[in-house]
Design a protein around this ligand. Structure first.
Ligand SMILES: [Zn+2]
Ligand SMILES: [Zn+2]
Length: 222
């Protein structure tokens, strides 16, 4: 990729590695073994972007123009003006366009906090699911979550899954699915914290239930 960028005059020796890193961190390309591939997001971006922006020509022309100016062979003002008017035109085209971006990585799991469909992303420590809602911030690992319930047939730990009616456990190889009893569902740390937060809020309107709950939980944790 570096040599292709060099060939087409994209970036400078100082900026090329950064450009690639930016493409990786914005989830438009990803590493598969020794090579780079566009992600579903990257492929859509190429489709949605204006034709001028899909080829290396424009950037290469700009870089060449900048070189000229740096050598005192061109004037900066007309160059800046042409970029400005072009950017204006591109933005208004995008604003008027009916093309739509569809996230390629929508999972079947819902956010426990706001119920939005979670997006699947690739991190350094494997896949994870992240909530797309602004200010929500919910995220968890997308790897298998195992329950303490064992499959009646093969006795392996069953996988925790999430359906419309809530959580259930499943052994995929045996094709066995069981619902989790609501009262037996293990309350995890996150839910505990949520409960405390929820009740602590009511303190301000004259209830000290939050404090009681906090105290009760601290005692339980001892
Ligand atoms: Zn959420
Ligand atoms: Zn089984």
């Amino acid at each position: 990729l570096l040599s292709q960028m060099e060939k087409y005059g994209l970036g400078t020796p100082a900026t090329r590695a950064d450009i690639i890193e930016k493409l990786v961190s914005s989830d438009t390309i990803d590493r598969q073994g020794n090579s780079m591939h566009p992600t579903g997001k990257g492929k859509q971006l190429i489709e949605l972007a204006a034709p001028q922006l899909r080829t290396p020509d424009l950037t290469a022309r700009w870089e060449a123009e900048l070189e000229h100016i740096a050598r005192g062979q061109g004037k900066p003002e007309p160059f800046l003006e042409s970029i400005r008017s072009m950017a204006k035109e591109l933005v208004s085209t995008v604003k008027g366009s009916k093309a739509e971006y569809k996230p390629h990585n929508v999972s079947n799991s819902h956010c426990p906090d706001c119920n939005a469909r979670l997006l699947e992303k690739k991190g350094k420590r494997g896949k994870f699911l992240v909530c797309p809602t602004e200010d929500c911030g919910y995220r968890r690992s997308a790897e298998k979550r195992l329950s303490n319930r064992r499959c009646a047939q093969c006795h392996k730990k069953m996988e925790i899954k999430e359906g419309k009616a809530g959580l259930y456990v499943q052994c995929l190889p045996c094709g066995i699915t069981e619902t989790l009893d609501k009262d037996k569902q293990h309350v995890n740390k996150r839910d505990q914290q949520k409960l405390v937060k929820q009740y602590a809020k009511q303190e301000s309107i004259g209830s000290n239930l939050g404090e009681l709950l906090k105290a009760a939980m601290e005692k339980k944790g001892e």
